[in-house]
Write a protein that binds this ligand. Structure first.
Ligand code: F6P
Length: 612
């Protein structure tokens, strides 16, 4: 009930800020629009930031829409979920020569891994063979660190799918691309369409089909849009499935790790849960069952955001740490920990963060998480994700200026949590906790851990959930929401967001390059060609573009951009002031808070044009 009431309230609010009207940012797909609810998020105090994020998340569950968009709880979405769940059930019933593959890029790939591991673990617990596999663009190193370039490679997408499904006679392929945009996933879907005898493609994303990306993909005859068009035809005969409800624009424009990631997790868990219940408990897959399950995720939002002040307190602490060049560490146990790693890894492309700004550590590291490749430890400091790595690399230098956030539940080894908490407390008093428990279950050591922490977000969940798997999913979503809020809010407080745009994003693949060019146009008011020129000058650190640079392809540009910091702010300062790259750099050094530097330039420009 509470969910519906809150959703109604949000609906009334957003009616005056109508992103659904046809003339609102008409050239952009919904996943790239700016959300009217968060236009002033960059100037808001922590508690208001949390409330804005809550309002944005609630948009996911709005049931009716003025425009013709499918929504999370729409009829068509529930029907497609039922059909896909039936395919999963068939594979569970007859797993021989069959496979389910989940794939995506960035957070979408990480969630593919997360969901696959959880489902396979549950199957093994029941002595059933594992039927799921995952693919992430860039391989396993992309699970815990930001690897954006492989998203642009459709061939590697198709080849990795071919490899993982070698010898299988029936494959249910679930490609995830929140923006219906990743060439890596388009390549895989196209591969499925070419081999319909084996592959049934499913696409999960959050734009209406006609907004799928239609830019040519170098070396390919298809675009994401053309693949989606073919899938729509096949969907009429249930030979392909599209699950693409619209969630409303992200709180930070384009940051699909937030609502996009949450909705991915919700939709796929609903599918797997329904198939699992049908196979192991003979619970039929029904329309109402699917909808009821989806709505239970809506309640997770209410329970989580009922602790607005607590979330704001952690956000403020983390913001202070980032402001003074120190870090935020997530210390976690079990699979909640993977959410910490996922959250941390996405801060680099979104906010131009250093990997040390926000780091995640989980018990035994990779071994505990069960990924496919086992050589992650060879990949340098960024892949040190076990508690032992935290003890060696981080704890010795920890001070009160750093923030530590413990993530645990009463089903973890709480003795271990208490031990580590004591060691952290010797170094910093700035330790907080997120703790999940079911009503009536308490861990003896929890009182002590609470005393060691400056604040604890203690979530108490009702016992009534039918299966343990369901309850754990709720804890996970709740943890994801808290971490997304804390890391996003901390970067906002650090000045890494202007209005609701990521102004310091990395320009490391074609989608991010286009997003950066668009942002420059929007903020400077200059034409596209001039903005792209400024972007290239910032990437190559030159005041004049050479013939060589002009003839390089986009891949070379985005590859070069990896090595340069503050590319977009640099380009913007140059565009607004006419400064050289060096002058713009020194301007940005004097005003290290990017938002303030950008604002100063924008103000100067307004004054200048006013005096003409
Ligand atoms: O390219 C960066 C990125 O936007 C990530 O931040 C995101 O998780 C990933 O792309 C995947 O995007 P999508 O799900 O839209 O394909």
């Amino acid at each position: 009930m509470a969910t519906v009431a809150k959703t109604e309230g949000i609906k009334a609010f957003s009616a005056t800020h109508d992103w659904e009207s046809a003339d609102y940012e008409p050239t952009l797909p919904v996943s790239e629009m700016s959300n009217p609810l968060t236009r002033n998020i960059d100037r808001a105090p922590a508690s208001s930031i949390v409330k804005m994020l809550q309002a944005c998340d609630a948009q996911m569950f709005q049931e009716k829409s003025g425009a013709a968009y499918e929504r999370l709880l729409s009829d068509q979405v529930a029907k497609s979920l039922m059909e896909v769940a039936k395919r999963v059930q068939l594979i569970l019933k007859n797993p021989q020569d069959s496979l389910i593959v989940l794939s995506g890029c960035g957070t979408s790939g990480r969630l593919a891994f997360f969901i696959t591991s959880g489902f396979n673990r549950e199957l093994r617990r029941l002595n059933h063979s594992a039927v799921c596999s995952y693919i992430i663009a860039g391989g396993d190193r992309a699970l815990f660190s930001s690897q954006e370039a492989p998203e642009d490679d459709p061939i590697s997408g198709a080849l990795s799918l071919k490899k993982v499904s070698e010898g299988k006679k029936r494959v249910l392929f679930i490609g995830i691309s929140c923006g219906l945009s990743a060439p890596f996933v388009a390549g895989q879907l196209d591969f499925c369409l070419q081999h319909p005898d084996v592959y049934t493609p499913v696409l999960v994303g959050f734009n209406p089909a006609h907004q799928a990306r239609n830019e040519p993909i170098p070396g390919c005859t298809f675009t994401f849009h053309s693949v989606v068009t073919k899938m729509r035809e096949l969907a009429k005969m249930q030979k392909a499935f599209l699950i693409n409800p619209v969630l409303g624009p992200e709180a930070i424009s384009g940051s699909s790790r937030m609502k996009g990631g949450s909705a991915t997790k919700i939709l796929l868990e609903v599918v797997f849960y329904a198939a699992h219940a049908a196979n192991f408990s003979r619970t039929p897959i029904t329309y109402n069952g699917i909808l009821q399950h989806m709505r239970s995720y809506g309640k997770v939002l209410d329970i989580t955001y009922s602790q607005t002040e607590g979330i704001a307190a952690v956000m403020e602490a983390a913001g202070r740490s980032l402001q003074c060049g120190r870090g935020l560490c997530y210390l976690s146990w079990g699979f909640l920990g993977l959410l910490g790693l996922i959250d941390a890894s996405e801060c680099k492309p979104t906010f131009g963060a250093d990997y040390k700004d926000i780091q995640g550590f989980v018990g035994g590291g990779c071994k505990e998480l069960g990924n496919k490749e086992d050589d992650l430890n060879l990949m340098g400091a960024e892949s040190g994700i076990a508690h032992i790595d935290f003890l060696h690399n981080v704890l010795p230098c920890l001070t009160d200026k750093d923030t530590v956030l413990l993530l645990y539940s009463h089903s973890d080894d709480v003795d271990e949590v208490a031990n580590l908490a004591r060691r952290v407390r010797e170094k910093t008093s700035n330790m907080h906790a997120v703790y999940h428990q079911t009503d009536g279950d308490t861990a003896a050591q929890q009182g002590e851990i609470n005393k060691l922490c400056s604040s604890t977000l203690n979530f108490i969940w009702p016992q009534a959930t039918p299966a343990s798997m369901g309850l754990q999913h709720m804890w996970e979503l709740s943890t994801k929401l808290v971490l997304n809020a804390v890391s996003t809010g901390a970067h906002i407080l650090k000045g890494k967001v202007y209005q609701n745009y990521m102004i310091d994003l990395q320009v490391t693949n074609s989608k991010l390059y286009c997003r950066a060019a668009r942002l420059l146009q929007r903020l400077s008011g200059h034409p596209k060609s001039l903005c792209e020129e400024a972007l290239l000058k910032a990437i190559y650190q030159v005041d004049k573009l050479t013939e060589d640079i002009m003839t390089c392809n986009l891949t070379t540009h985005t590859h070069t951009a990896r090595k340069v910091k503050k590319v977009v702010p640099l380009a913007l300062v140059c565009l607004l002031t006419g400064y050289s790259i060096k002058e713009a750099q020194s301007h940005l050094e004097q005003k290290p808070i990017v938002r303030e530097a950008v604002e100063a330039c924008l103000q100067e420009q307004t004054l200048f044009s006013g005096s003409l």
